[in-house]
Design a protein around this ligand. Structure first.
Ligand SMILES: *Cc1c(COP(=O)(O)O)cnc(C)c1O
Length: 361
């Protein structure tokens, strides 16, 4: 059986360092908002090329606290891609804002800048660019649009740690960016975690307060905040893994190139070229017979996944969005298939997955 993801194999080369990092937290005794979190914030900001990084509890909170930190609320519209993980939309509605869903570009599967521009109204306050599957959105065009209309540009970089174009990393393009360190992300901890990156010192200071009960100083609560902090154990693990992220992303790209070579003849739509800056969180192929292909792969011993089978506007939680006309997002949801991809995969495993898929599709 070839698993879709193998956390233990991905962690194995770092296991000794991780054990030592966990021991150092236990030796230090401070488990929340201590030296590991502070050091990780400095190192992650430096990695992303931003002035600040603020650790929070998870990726959803990172997105939500950016909107809250910028004072967005009821009546404000936020443009998001229709084919995203539901967390992007949940962050918008959690703040009382109205999500405006943009049908994606069918080739890149990312936000289409001209669609985004057509959705701008006098109530629009922000655009959330989701770097889906590890590929950067067209940030030059999106920056030009958000500048023209005076909007905030926020990155959902939960799938794009280390992705880059023209020397600029995911997290360094918008007014602020949200990251998740869920264990299977390109940079993952051993539990939940997240961070915000930004060059905006005021926003960083507000989010530092908001994440800690609205408090910058013990027993003084300036804002009605929340409890959403990156803990010391996760920060210590992330500090071990961060220096290896570029190498692991390079391995992901090599696997993606190998897949693309071996799947050339299959009746599938393959992802765009493994360009230098693509973080390849996922290798997603498309087939009109997705469910049949998926079932046959499982029968042949290859585990796959679907990101995502039901778009947010067709989820029971968002009945009010059900009437939206989003044909591209709905077609992608029916056709996308994620095949195994993680940095610890061997070439033999990659070849086996490709061979099985070629025999089915
Ligand atoms: C994983 C993910 C999130 C949410 O992150 P959590 O840490 O699980 O809350 C948000 N957006 C996208 C695109 C994701 O893939």
């Amino acid at each position: 059986m070839i698993p879709f993801y193998d956390l233990q194999a991905v962690i194995a080369p770092h296991r000794r360092e991780i054990d030592a990092a966990i021991a150092s937290v236990l030796d230090n005794g401070q488990t929340i908002l201590g030296p590991q979190t502070a050091a990780f914030e400095t190192e992650f900001a430096q990695f992303c090329g931003t002035r600040s990084a603020v650790g929070v509890g998870n990726g959803l909170d990172a997105l939500s606290l950016i909107l809250r930190g910028y004072g967005l609320g009821i009546g404000d519209e936020v443009i998001v891609p229709a084919n995203t993980f539901i967390a992007t939309v949940l962050a918008v509605t959690a703040n009382g804002c109205t999500p405006v869903l943009a049908d994606p570009d069918p080739e890149s599967m990312l936000l289409n800048p001209s669609t985004v521009e057509s959705l701008v109204t006098p109530r629009t306050r922000a655009v959330i660019a989701v770097h889906l599957y590890g590929r950067l959105c067209d940030m030059d065009s999106l920056s030009a649009i958000t500048r023209r209309y005076g909007l905030l540009l926020i990155e959902d970089a939960a799938q794009a740690h280390g992705a880059q174009r023209a020397g600029r990393r995911a997290g360094g393009w918008g007014h602020a960016a949200a990251f998740s360190f869920y264990p299977t992300k390109n940079l993952g901890g051993l539990g939940d975690g997240g961070a915000i990156t930004t060059d905006d010192d005021d926003l960083a200071a507000r989010i530092r307060m908001l994440r800690n009960y609205g408090s910058a100083q013990k027993n003084v609560h300036e804002l009605a905040g929340v409890n959403s902090r990156l803990d010391e154990l996760q920060a210590a693990v992330l500090r071990v893994r961060l220096p290896h992220l570029d190498t692991e992303n390079e391995r992901r790209r090599a696997i993606a190139r190998r897949y693309s070579e071996r799947l050339r003849a299959a009746a599938l739509v393959l992802p765009a070229e493994a360009t230098a800056g693509h973080a390849f969180h996922l290798y997603v192929v498309r087939s009109p017979e997705r469910d049949r292909v998926r079932g046959a792969m499982r029968a042949a011993g290859v585990e796959t996944a679907v990101h995502y089978p039901t778009p947010p506007h067709l989820q029971p939680a968002y009945a009010e969005l059900a009437g939206s006309s989003l044909p591209i997002a709905e077609r992608l949801a029916a056709e996308v298939l994620s095949i195994p991809l993680h940095p610890a995969m061997s070439d033999a495993q990659v070849d086996r997955v490709a061979e099985v898929l070629c025999g089915i599709a």
